[in-house]
Design a protein around this ligand. Sequence first.
Ligand code: C5P
Length: 253
Amino acid sequence: MARRKKIYEGKAKILYEGPEPGTLVQYFKDDATAFNAEKHDVIEGKGVLNNRLSEFFMSGLNAIGVPTHFIKRINMREQLIRQVEIIPLEVVVRNTAAGSMSKRLGIEEGTPLPRPIVEFYYKDDGLGDPLVTEEHIIAFGWASQQDLDDMVALALRVNDFLSGVMMAVGIKLVDFKIEIGRIWDGDYMRLVVADEISPDSCRLWDIKTGAHLDKDVFRRDLGSLTDAYTEVAKRLGVLPTNVTHPTKPTLIN
Ligand code: C5P
């Protein structure tokens, strides 16, 4: 059997050549990293959960007319996506202060923000993905003013959709990160949501208890990451409620 061609391997995913031109297969690994890959672990089942959750969010966005790269899920760990030209920016939308914004500006975590705040970070692991302004983005040619306006509009539509979906299952969408890509159709270009949307890239807090249901569980050693992601998946109806994820063998003393 011919081996398929690997196009790119990142920290949590691998991209393979797709079955048709302009498509790719996105494979979700079990690797978890944080703090620019200084902290790393393999968490059995994480890739399966993120594949399902990203499918759920992306297909929901497609259904309401917010374009994404997602075509269909292929199996437990893989999905078929459109090939895009990734814009080298991480687009973060924040509804509540947390994480790096709280640190940078000294705002207590959990403080509601007066309106959603959109931030851009330049994707460069060597530099630790620094926060950049629109001036930097335009001056260095990472995106045009038109692209930026479209990216903000896209990010805010994603925020409205995700906030509503999460609110309906008792979860607060604190913040999230998306990546955006270009798809060319002859001379015509459009922007689509790319990469993944999962608890790896969102901050999700249980509305009643404040419990973290996202990658902060791993970053801050707050317990089982798969339990947290499984809880999100169950509430969204992505997993039947009686399914438990595979656990590692446990030593009994
Ligand atoms: O760390 P920070 O507070 O800036 O993260 C904001 C949001 O973006 C969080 O939901 C985090 O999970 C996400 N993020 C990400 N990938 C990064 C940096 C942040 O998914 N490289």
